[in-house]
Structure formats: structure tokens, C-alpha cells
Design a protein. Sequence first.
Length: 367
Amino acid sequence: MKLRLLEWLVCPVCAKSFSHTPLSCQGDETTEGLLSCACGRSYPIVDGIPRVVEDAFTLFPAFAEKYAELLPDARPGNVDNHPPGEVLRRTRESFGYQWTAFSAMVMDFRENFLEYIHPVQPAFFSGKRGLDVGCGFGRHIANAAQFGAEMVGVDISAAIDVTHKNTYNLPNVHLVQADVYRMPFRRGTFDFAYSIGVLHHLPDPEAGFQELVSVVKSEGAVFIWVYSKKRRLVNAMLETARTITTRLSPRFQMALSWAAAAVDWGGFIVPYRIMSQLPGFGFVLRRFTVPRLKVYGNYPFQVAWADWFDRLAAPIRFYYNENDLNGWLRRSNLRRTLVSPTGLFGWRAFGERNGQTTTSTRSQNYG
């Protein structure tokens, strides 16, 4: 953990500042340590990542055992008496498994990232401080950091360790294991925040969105991407299948998602790739084919496999339409809002927090 991160961290329960006890360091970074609050709560720093989750000492028993004499009150069950709910626990386990299995940066996701956070362009990020909520294996936070932002990534699952591995060479990336409903940051810390493909997996997605908004500065920007209701028949068929697949073991889910991706790949994506290169016909095909084929036609097989795992294994999936997201933006009192589709599969939404005064009409440059 880089010491600069301490400037923005607070106890997720009482919002007071932490005291920092380094126990092992590498250079100027804390690899093992303790974050303690005056309210009596403590959280470990393990492998350079603050673990600000309610059951942190249960998740990392080796740490609690190693430093037991320093942690008389920081034993499992004594720090926070509110362990994650069953659905949230299953979600954490599912996505931890997913992004550990699909951990490789198999391609440059830059264009994919920019598609999700429309309408901004790379110049937007330079010199800003941003938050990635649900950072997964780190594909989006890596791009935001490379565009020039100082980034903080949050994930409740073991995926945070995968992000650490994939962004270790980026000095402007900080990581925290935390719950979106109890994020350990000072209000108004970030110039922008985004959550791509995450909120629709939460028990209460709009509450998660409001937490996202709360840690953004006045006039700061918020971006999200969620699943769409447009494909009603496909969604209904998928949800019917999920009544079975979400109950299977992760190993069986992996095998089933591989089979689904193989059918998708061999039956649609590979033929599209081949035919789209044919003289004359290829131009017509690229112009009129469904967006989904265009997108997956540019991806390696592993991306399709990971997406099928997400569809079949995630414990919760919600779907939204334009009115739903406009309601979120309105109830969060955001301005300059924009909701737009990404094909039939998802919706992206953008808005700015209202300023504290009404005298300024200055807006950020999104070029």
C-alpha cells in the first residue's frame, strides 16, 4: 500500500481517519500492516492491499495468527459483527473465482473501455483522481491509469489480487478490498468514478450507484454500464437456465460456459470473421451485422468464455431500460446526464454531480 492512499481512506463505519501501523515494508510501500480506527475497528493490509471488509480477519487467518499479539481485539468476529449476507457472499466467491480463472490480459481493452464510458475521450483522464468500483482483473483501471489518471480500484472479491498482479507496474494505481455499500473513502474524494458491468450484480443496484456518487467531488463525473431489458426473450431464456446453472459447482460452471462459448465461437463468431473479409460481401456484412458479432469478432476466445461464465454463474443479474437509469440519475441529483445503448445488450449512463453553488456555469472538458 502506498502511503498516499491513507489521505483518502476512512473507517467505513464511522468515517474517521485511520492510524497506520506498518508491519512489513518494501521500499516506501506497506506490504503488511494494520489500519486502526478510534471506534475500535481494525483492518489488515495483506500483500500490499488494505482489506477493508467486515470479515477481513476471517478471510486472512494467517495474518491474524502471525500478528495475534498485536491484535487483541482484532480476531474474527470481534471487529465487525455484520458478516456479508448470503447473496453477497456467493457473489464475492463467484467473481473471485471468475477473475482468478480468467486473469490474463489477453488483449488491449482500450477501445472497449472508451465505449463503456462514453462520452469522454482519453484526454479527460490526465491529472484527475478516479475510482473503479468492481475492478475485476484490472482491464479498465489499467487503461484509465495509462491515460494519466491516479486511480483507486475497489473489489470485494479475491479479484483484487488479480488486479494487483496486472497493474503492479503502474505507480498511479492503488487498490482496496472493500464493499461498495461501505466504501472506506472520504466523501468527495474523486474527480470521477465508474462501475462497468458490476452494479447489476448487487442485491440493491441503485444503492450501490448512490454510494458511487457520494465519493465523487462536486462537478465530478460518474459513469456506469448495466445490462439491458431490450432482449426480453433472450433474457427470459437465460434466467430460466440460470435457475439451474447458478447452483452448480464452479468447475461445472466453467465447463458449461466453455461449451456455450465454443458454440458461440464456432457457429457465429468465426464464420463472421471469415465472411467479413470477403471482397464486396464483407463490407455489407460489417455494415449490417448485429453489434454483438462485431464486438466479439475482435476478441479472443477467452473473452467469450469469461462472459459466458458471468452469464451462467453470477448469483444475481438485474436488467434495465432507459427510464430506469434516468430515474437513478435524477434521484441522485446529477446534471448533464446522458443515457445511451450499447447495442441490445446494455446501457451506459453518465452524469455530473451538482456544484455547491449556482454561480458557476463552467463544465469539464470531455474532449
